[in-house]
Design a protein around this ligand. Structure first.
Ligand code: KG4
Ligand code: ZN
Length: 339
């Protein structure tokens, strides 16, 4: 089976083709094209929805064409089309959804709507990987979301908790801005943190011991702001020290809650997904803690290029949750959560 997937929920315009045999444990990536208006947004310090959507209208057809060419695939060989229908920016989602609907109608193909957040989890199922065993805990950490889910099987998700305010990536981005970094700041924080002294600043670890699986990261940026005000003009070393302190605070909370959930639900796998899952320190910290406690749980993290938004993950999600819907019944849903 060959599936074409389209993703336009935020500022990326992405298309990918995957192939997989019935009952496979993972999918083969045939092509994965991502065009971004990030350069433009780096200048403005964040995403301007109108600008993102206008760019996406220009990019969408060339991106799909390029994905088809790279996969050497013609429309007759495509068995289905997958598309992200939420959550995200309404203007951006509409570009992908309406394009996918038009193609499904014109080419007479089944159309599968995919939740972007579930898509992030399925980046773990792209390419030759060791088998994911269920039940699993999925930690979705992106610029807009921080969620913990219990995944008993494909298409059997239970939301355990999520952020009450800022998402983990959002905290990195806002703090990065305070430190004079371009948007999005997550990967730069990781880079500069390597030269930082992790002991110089001890930032709060909100909700780390709470009974639930919720997160709260907005207080972190206030704590950072207070330190910056004390220093007045932070030099390179102070920026690295703050970055290191912030990264450790975020990772400590993410790791503690993820391992608590894994323990409580006695799972066999932990799956990471979303832009923040590209963070090597987060991966190593979880691995280290699991090894230290001699846990028999396997940690899965996607290839770094598949952590941030892409269409390969959406296409993989469609293969494992193959539920076509008539094109007339698919509408972009910016507020979509877990259903
Ligand atoms: O999943 P994603 O591409 O977009 C959303 O769906 O939101 O995630 C983007 C987020 C940004 O907040 C960015 O700062 C963060 O992921 N990010 C990272 C790293 N790379 C990207 N955060 C920490 N460490 C990284 N290496
Ligand atoms: Zn995302």
């Amino acid at each position: 089976m060959t599936i074409l997937g389209i993703e336009t929920s935020c500022d990326e315009t992405a298309a990918a083709l995957i192939s997989a045999k019935k009952n496979s444990q993972s999918v083969n990536l045939l092509s994965n094209v991502v065009a971004s208006s990030l350069d433009m947004h780096a200048k403005t310090g964040g995403i301007i929805p109108e600008i993102a959507a206008r760019q996406q209208i220009e990019y969408i057809l060339p991106v799909i064409k390029s994905a088809m060419e790279q996969a050497q695939c013609r429309q007759e060989k495509i068995d289905a089309i997958a598309v992200t229908y939420g959550p995200g920016l309404i203007g951006s989602l509409l570009v992908g959804v309406e394009t996918a609907k038009t193609l499904a109608y014109a080419w007479n193909k089944p159309l599968i709507p995919i939740n972007h957040l579930i898509g992030h989890i399925y980046a773990n199922f792209v390419g030759e990987k060791s088998k994911v065993e269920f039940p699993a805990i999925a930690l979705i950490v992106s610029g807009g979301h921080t969620d913990l889910l219990l995944m008993k099987d494909h298409d059997d998700f239970h939301w355990l908790g999520g952020t009450r305010d800022d998402a983990a990536g959002e905290a990195f981005d806002k703090i990065g801005r305070l430190l004079g970094m371009p948007y999005p700041a997550g990967s730069m924080i990781e880079q500069v943190a390597k030269k930082g002294d992790p002991k110089r600043f001890r930032f709060p670890r909100p909700l780390i011991d709470s009974e639930d699986f919720d997160f709260s990261f907005s207080g972190l940026k206030t704590a950072v702001l207070r330190e910056i005000q004390k220093i007045k003009v932070p030099d390179k070393q102070a920026i690295s020290d703050i970055a290191s302190g912030v990264q450790n605070a975020v990772i400590d909370v993410l790791a503690a809650k993820t391992l608590k959930a894994a323990n409580q639900f006695n799972v066999k796998s932990i799956l990471l997904g979303g832009g923040v899952a590209a963070n090597q320190k987060l991966r190593s910290e979880l691995e280290w803690k699991m090894e230290n406690d001699k846990w028999k749980i396997k940690l899965f993290a996607p290839a770094k290029s598949l952590c941030t938004d892409n269409a390969a993950m959406i296409t993989a999600a469609a293969f494992f949750n193959f539920k076509p819907v008539s094109w007339q019944n698919i509408t972009a849903d910016p507020e979509l959560y877990f259903n």
